[in-house]
Design a binder for this molecule. Structure first.
Ligand SMILES: C[S@@+](CC[C@H](N)C(=O)[O-])C[C@H]1O[C@@H](n2cnc3c(N)ncnc32)[C@H](O)[C@@H]1O
Length: 303
């Protein structure tokens, strides 16, 4: 599964670099900060539609930041949590649990749950239960109870170009078809291909707003909601907004062509080549020329 090396981040929380995927687990600005801002803030668990019990799936549990933050955020509520995790490699969670810079952030109860996942692949408390399914998420997702509907899916795979198998239309279908009415899939990913696929699969696609100080990014993530009938998605949270005109236009370029993995067994290379071929045949505008055109038009408007 490749070598993992330790890295530190700006907020002092440790992360890892995967030699196999050629990518860090978190952004340099902070692993805990990323979990809180990009996953837990939009998850807004206190306002999920289900009142007393929530079903959550953490896809790519890794070091466990997103789920530790989730457990922390429900600790002061009366919610009961049923949690499932999908992860290929048990080492990141083991490494995290051996690091004081990781463990110092969480209560003993939360750490007990994570430790129990490493040892027994589950935890079982009065108000929360967790089951970890180790292996390739494309396969293990099939082991979820057939009638399970999820209120929340946290999708934290490596980026589409490094781990396309977990961003394919087929895998996103497997995830989105598990959402309960009003349920949300949250990811840090803003790629046009992923947003376009989620919209194609019938979800409402929204953009996670960057903070006012962050002038570098148009968006820091995606929230996709399964709306059914007049289900109201209760929230006080205004961190997600409709896609801006720029984000919408991005979905009209070749960048929006989905990753495909029809058999669920393709290698990354096969998925990337398949998409390149699809892009070369497409009449859509190239995203680089669209980007230049868009920037030029904005300059003219601001003159
Ligand atoms: C960006 S890291 C996840 C970070 C994590 N959410 C955290 O808080 O530390 C991506 C994770 O995806 C896992 N992964 C890669 N390919 C996978 C696959 N096919 N199925 C399940 N997990 C996979 C890696 O082992 C790694 O732990």
């Amino acid at each position: 599964m490749g070598e993992l090396s330790n890295q530190s981040t700006a907020d002092g929380s440790p992360t890892l670099y995967s030699n196999l995927f050629k990518e860090s687990f978190h952004s340099k600005s902070g692993a805990i900060a990323e979990a809180r801002i990009k996953f837990l803030a939009p998850a807004d668990v206190n306002h999920l539609n289900t009142k007393d019990k929530i079903n959550v799936l953490d896809v790519c549990v890794g070091m466990g930041y997103n789920s530790a933050c989730l457990l922390e955020s429900i600790s002061n509520t009366s919610l009961t949590l049923h949690w499932w995790g999908l992860e290929l490699d048990p080492r990141p969670l083991k490494i995290a649990l051996q690091s004081l810079d990781f463990t110092k952030n969480w209560s003993r109860e939360i750490l007990n749950n994570l430790e129990s996942l490493v040892e027994f692949s589950e935890w079982n408390q009065k108000r929360s239960k967790g089951i970890m399914l180790w292996g390739d998420a494309r396969n293990t997702i099939k082991q979820l109870p057939t009638n399970l509907k999820l209120d929340l899916i946290l999708l934290d795979a490596f980026s589409p170009s490094n781990c396309p198998s977990l961003w394919s239309k087929e895998f996103l279908f497997d995830l989105s078809s598990r959402l309960s009415p009003g349920g949300k899939l949250i990811t840090y990913c803003t790629a046009a291909a992923i947003r376009n696929t989620l919209r194609d699969l019938g979800l409402e696609v929204l953009s996670l707003k960057p903070s006012q100080e962050d002038k570098k990014h148009w968006s820091i993530g995606t929230v996709a909601i399964f709306r059914q009938g007049d289900i109201e998605v209760k929230t006080k949270n205004q961190s997600w907004v409709p896609l801006s005109p720029r984000e919408e236009e991005h979905l009209l370029t070749k960048a929006s062509i989905p990753y495909r993995d029809p058999t669920g067994e393709s290698t990354s290379k096969e998925i990337l080549i398949r998409r390149k071929i699809e892009q070369s045949k497409s009449n859509l505008e190239c995203s680089s020329s669209w980007q230049k055109r868009w920037e030029k038009e904005q300059l003219i408007k601001s003159d």
